[in-house]
Write a protein that binds this ligand. Sequence first.
Ligand SMILES: NC(=O)c1ccc[n+]([C@@H]2O[C@H](COP(=O)([O-])OP(=O)(O)OC[C@H]3O[C@@H](n4cnc5c(N)ncnc54)[C@H](O)[C@@H]3O)[C@@H](O)[C@H]2O)c1
Length: 284
Amino acid sequence: MGQLDGTVAVITGGASGMGLASAQRFVAEDARVVIADLNVEAGERAVAELGSAARFIRCDVSVEADVASTVSLAVEAFGRLDVMFNNAGIGGAFGPITEIDVDDWDATFGVLVRSVFLGTKYAARVMIEQGDGGSIINTASVAGQSGGNGPQAYSAAKAAVINLSQTTALELAAHHIRVNAICPGLIFTPLMHAGDEAHAEGLMRELQPWPERGEGSDIAGAALWLAGPDSRFVSGESITVDGAITAAGTRLFGKLSGTQNLHRMTGMAHGTTGLPATVRRLDD
Ligand SMILES: NC(=O)c1ccc[n+]([C@@H]2O[C@H](COP(=O)([O-])OP(=O)(O)OC[C@H]3O[C@@H](n4cnc5c(N)ncnc54)[C@H](O)[C@@H]3O)[C@@H](O)[C@H]2O)c1
């Protein structure tokens, strides 16, 4: 019996990338899954591969009626809803802040934030009615944790997703509905490499301490844990899945003068006390 036996999940953006990897993993763990996506061809291809445990619905996650229909389909097809994975996304508006078109800004927030509001609204209604809890998982990003990791609208929208996950976690806790965010780093999906895998590999090697690239299946693993009973007491959390990119920060240590060769020696520095440092060279 799989870890998600008896579980019904909706995965938005489930036709590609980490959403597709999550749909595949969830079905392999005996869940039944509704894939909701704008890309009809890719969505239909995905459910054809996944078989009778999966359904596809064309859905624009920024449109209220589409999200409502998606949640209804899960209940009609599979009888209930346990997991709502609000994952669909785009890069959105980009360019200098002085030039960005206001409609592009709003559309970005529509796909990245309004979608999470709508997914939470309709999923929580069903989960509250069922009376036995649920798990809502929202894909944010390391771009929402600081400046510098994405365009302005994208980063601000992902920061909003992190906060919305916290506020709704508080509100829904009494119903045993958990709400958490996943913050991926560089994950090799069509959205990230945009067809230029070599460039993306190079970027990864430059920025990411972990030697192998992040795959959709790495996000699927985090989502599986958040969907299942082992994370029963985890809510309002954002889980960073990034091969230690965030942990590395700007990596000043090793660049500041005097720190470049510290991996070749060990000892104790006494700062400006006047006491001499003890130093043992490791290659001596
Ligand atoms: N790949 C990364 O490195 C990375 C890093 C951090 C966060 N993310 C986030 O992860 C999520 C998934 O991205 P991915 O990398 O798997 O990308 P992807 O492009 O492979 O998949 C995204 C899916 O979302 C769908 N989608 C886009 N807009 C939609 C809409 N309005 N309604 C319904 N479906 C829509 C697309 O058709 C596609 O199938 C996104 O929220 C993205 O912002 C990605």
